[in-house]
Design a protein around this ligand. Structure first.
Ligand SMILES: Cc1ncc(COP(=O)(O)O)c(C=O)c1O
Length: 453
């Protein structure tokens, strides 16, 4: 075992050492199918087969110029924590046998402090922002039931009647969550945004809430957005929360990566009021730079969370004062996702992570300036935080050619989108490894990739 593990560790270190030279992304070419081995080939040989058949086709996802989606890398401490997660293989679902759930509790408390949330917010680890949105909206659904005098957890969504979810620029995962929760994608009512922005127009939101009041007073769910995926725009969370004085509603904030603005003194105002939300979604495999999959879900209504996710069985722990995680998340058994986050927070602290965030913000601003100065391109929005959203100045419909050329070069990976009807590219900075030299390389490949008229 020790020799085998050393061989695996040496192989992993070779991969990490080569990250900078590995093409940022690959155009996938599937290998020939292989049958299930009858007699196994052993770990050493399996590693060799993986290294030739699969690994060369893997992207440099944790590398410095993978700027697609919103993709973090993995800090050395987070990676170490991830290795130890598999090694220790704890199931933090119950506290019957191990301290593992307490480590998760400590990590959640650290994260709550990192994002400046008040003590009333309690959190759990889930697999990603989609699951965090889903869990938050499940608690919101239970709150709607409470207000209407039914328990959705017991009676089902049919007992609830129609539900309205108001939001300016919701992430697609909100629609997916509503589909899973039986509320339906069509529950979303898009509220108008501010001119030229993705942030909700709070006056229009207030008008929608008044309209719902007039229609019979059934409270709604409001999904506020703290960091939209295209242009990283922020709803005015304080102003939205203040509307609850006139109209009751559940305020869920999708702060998947925007919550990290709290770590930069110049940007913290963007998330002012986050703590006033009833539920908050924050992804960790994005800007905390822990490996997939990891996110946290906060709520100030743990009693409703328990009603939704309670998993009563004689062989499990009872609910009690401080319920085990088996009663708090969609899963029962689950990996100790908190450990990589605990390691990176312990190793680098608030200041280390703030430094990563500030550096990425500066790098995004730098690339934004470079792109704005290139006649071939134009920015589609100011660079507010860590994403540059841009297109071709005269032929936006040819932006896919740029994306293909960039991917084909192996130099960088950027993902396409459509912003306000315009085909565009996004470069998202959330990796601790990215430096100014990488921005130079990205700017150079973009200059070369612009199609000739
Ligand atoms: C604002 C926002 N919400 C939710 C998600 C979904 O995250 P995940 O893929 O981790 O489920 C994303 C992903 O980019 C996001 O940017």
């Amino acid at each position: 075992m020790p020799e085998l593990m050393e061989a695996v560790s040496a192989y992993a270190v070779r991969i990490l050492d080569g990250l900078d030279d590995r093409p940022a992304a690959r155009v996938p070419v599937r290998p020939e199918p292989a049958p299930l081995p009858g007699a196994g080939i052993g770990l050493e040989r399996a590693m060799e087969v993986f290294a030739t058949r699969w690994e060369p086709g893997f992207a440099a996802g944790p590398g410095p110029r993978y700027l697609g989606f919103v993709t973090g890398g993995a800090t050395p401490a987070a990676l170490a924590g991830d290795w130890l997660t598999g090694t220790l293989d704890q199931n933090p679902t119950s506290g019957l046998d191990s301290l593992a759930p307490d480590l998760e509790r400590e990590t959640v408390t650290w994260l709550r402090d990192l994002f400046g949330l008040p003590r009333e917010h309690e959190g759990v680890f889930v697999s990603g922002a989609t699951m965090s949105n889903l869990a938050g909206l499940a608690i919101a659904r239970e709150w709607l039931g409470e207000v209407r005098g039914v328990s959705v957890a017991e009676e089902g969504t049919a007992a609830l009647g129609p539900v309205t979810v108001l939001s300016g620029s919701p992430h697609s995962s909100v629609a997916k969550a509503l589909s899973v929760l039986g509320l339906g994608r069509s529950a979303i009512r898009r509220v108008g945004v501010l001119p030229g922005r993705e942030a909700v127009d709070v006056d229009l939101l207030a008008r929608e809430l008044e309209r719902l009041d007039r229609l019979g007073g059934a409270p709604a769910i409001v999904v506020a957005n703290a960091g939209t995926v295209n242009t990283v725009d922020f709803d005015d969370l304080r102003a939205i929360a203040a509307l609850r004085e006139r109209h009751p509603f559940w305020l869920h904030v999708d702060a998947a990566f925007g919550a990290f603005a709290a770590l930069s003194a110049g940007h913290a105002h963007l998330v002012a009021g986050l703590g006033e939300a009833d539920s908050v979604c924050v992804d960790l495999h994005k800007w905390l730079n822990v490996p997939y999959d990891s996110a946290v879900q906060f709520t100030r209504r743990r009693n409703l969370q328990v009603r939704v996710f309670r998993n009563a069985a004689a062989y499990l722990t009872p609910l009690g004062e401080d319920p085990d995680f088996v009663h708090l998340t969609p899963e029962n058994s689950r990996r100790l996702r908190a450990l990589p986050a605990w390691f990176t927070l312990a190793a680098y602290g608030r200041e280390g992570h703030a430094e990563i965030v500030r550096r990425d913000i500066d790098l995004a601003a730098g690339l934004g300036e470079r792109i704005a100065a290139m006649p071939a391109y134009r920015l589609l929005a100011p660079v507010r935080l860590n994403v540059v959203c841009f297109t071709l100045a005269s032929t936006p419909d040819r932006i896919d050619e740029v994306a293909d050329a960039v991917t084909g070069s192996g130099e960088a990976f950027l993902t396409t989108t459509v912003h306000d009807g315009v085909p565009a590219l996004r470069a998202a900075f959330s990796n601790w490894r990215t430096t100014e030299a990488d921005v130079d390389r990205v700017a150079k490949i973009l200059a070369e990739a612009a199609p000739r008229p």
